[in-house]
Write a new protein. Structure first.
Length: 422
């Protein structure tokens, strides 16, 4: 990093391309600490044919290695911001982007989908390497017609009239951008960020492995409320080491992407509290994942339903919560009773509940006469944010995009949301 960035003895660069294959600790020095104002592009799917030898390999979850790299850009950018917050009070752009060759529009499209809307993609290959400008832009631009850097060197420098060739490329890029915006209904990035149905990569991954584990199922299920739901979610079926690890990471990613992170990149809580019984294991998973994925080290505590009359005694175990800001973790909120009880318990011991983190928000009305969902009611009554990994709108969006489910499943979920959704 010093060799790249230093004014004296270095190259005085502002950014660099890096291989991500040695993991976060090999990328970290380039975007944190004294270089937190720098940026890097991770080699994701390069434009040379030989990139398929490694980067196109399929992983156990049926995604390719390059798609996993694209997904990691968000996670590592958030981790960099958490470790070395930017000086700006406004939101900063991601510190990491991707290198994806314009010669492979299909890979560009997959990388964009995995990386999300905010990641910048450096897309070489237009010009001498034969990449199609229009196809690359259609595949790689985000919904606001931005998010791509298209370097063209030989195609310009070796042209008979470099200035004319550069102007031609500029017009071509702008024409492609206009076509993308027109085909997507001129949807802006702001519109996308405010859309309740847009999906981040961690949300897509969560839905996919929930379906794989049988935690999320489609069919006909009679709920405790008496409603017949076209889907059912049972977090108790996250019952293997790999599934629990992915679950914890999904919780952590949703927390770090939420209002529970301050403008300085630091979380707004000191302790994670897992209410007995399911919340105990969930809270431990979240604590571990926050540290392993984002370097966020907070305390963990839980309660017993029956007071212990020997040893340390009492109903509370773990980190002290008195005078601390506490995040409550649970799987779902059905009526909100457990969360309200936790809020009362924490307040009594002098702790300050600052938020709730759950896996799934069903986002449905408590009754046809009540316009609020259980989650909305908790957020209103306790005056704290409730953050979910996914909600019903993301599930509906996933079904629209997935080739694995037919129109009948989407129709049933859409009708259910139309009838009961908030």
């Amino acid at each position: 990093a010093d060799a790249c960035y230093e004014e004296n003895g270095g190259l005085k660069a502002d950014g660099v391309t890096l291989s991500p294959l040695m993991g976060w600790d090999s990328v970290q020095p380039f975007v944190t600490g004294k270089y937190s104002n720098k940026g890097a592009f991770l080699l994701c799917k390069t434009s040379n044919p030989g990139s398929n030898d490694l980067l196109a390999l399929t992983l156990q979850n049926r995604t390719t290695l390059f798609e996993k790299i694209a997904e990691l850009t968000n996670e590592w950018s958030q981790r960099a911001e958490s470790e070395s917050p930017s000086d700006s009070s406004s939101s900063s752009p991601p510190r990491l982007g991707l290198v994806v060759g314009a010669t492979d529009p299909q890979a560009l499209s997959a990388a964009r989908q995995s990386a999300g809307q905010s990641t910048w993609i450096l897309a070489p290959g237009v010009g001498a390497q034969g990449g199609d400008l229009d196809a690359a832009c259609r595949a790689g631009l985000n919904d606001s017609g931005s998010g791509m850097l298209i370097p063209v060197s030989r195609g310009v420098s070796r042209a008979s009239n470099p200035g004319e060739e550069a102007l031609k490329l500029k017009k071509g890029i702008n024409a492609a951008r206009a076509a993308v915006l027109a085909s997507r209904g001129t949807k802006s990035a702001a519109d996308d960020s405010n859309s309740s149905s847009s999906m981040a990569p961690y949300q897509r991954n969560f839905l996919e492995f929930s379906l794989k584990e049988g935690v999320l199922k489609f069919g006909s299920f009679v709920l405790k409320s008496g409603r017949t739901s076209p889907y059912f979610f049972n977090a108790g079926l996250f019952s293997s080491g790999s599934a629990l690890s992915k679950l914890g990471r999904s919780y952590a990613a949703s927390i770090m992407a939420s209002e529970l992170v301050n403008n300085d990149g630091k979380v707004s809580f000191d302790v994670v509290f897992g209410p007995a019984y399911k919340g105990i294991s969930l809270g431990a998973l979240v604590c571990a994942a926050l540290y392993s994925d984002f370097g966020v080290d907070v305390g963990f505590a839980y309660n017993r339903k029956e007071a212990k009359d020997h040893g340390e005694g009492g109903v509370l175990v773990g980190s002290s919560m008195s005078g601390k800001r506490v995040l409550v973790v649970d799987d779902v909120i059905t009526a909100g009773t457990a969360i309200r009880e936790s809020h009362t318990l924490l307040t009594k011991i002098g702790a300050t509940p600052v938020g709730v983190s759950i896996a799934l928000d069903r986002a449905e009305k408590r009754s046809l006469e009540d316009p609020l969902s259980a989650v909305q009611a908790v957020a209103r009554d306790l005056d704290i944010p409730v953050v979910s990994i996914v909600a019903l709108p993301q599930l509906q969006e996933y079904l629209k995009q997935s080739p694995d489910y037919d129109e009948d499943v989407l129709k049933l979920v859409t009708e259910y949301r139309s009838k009961y959704g908030v």
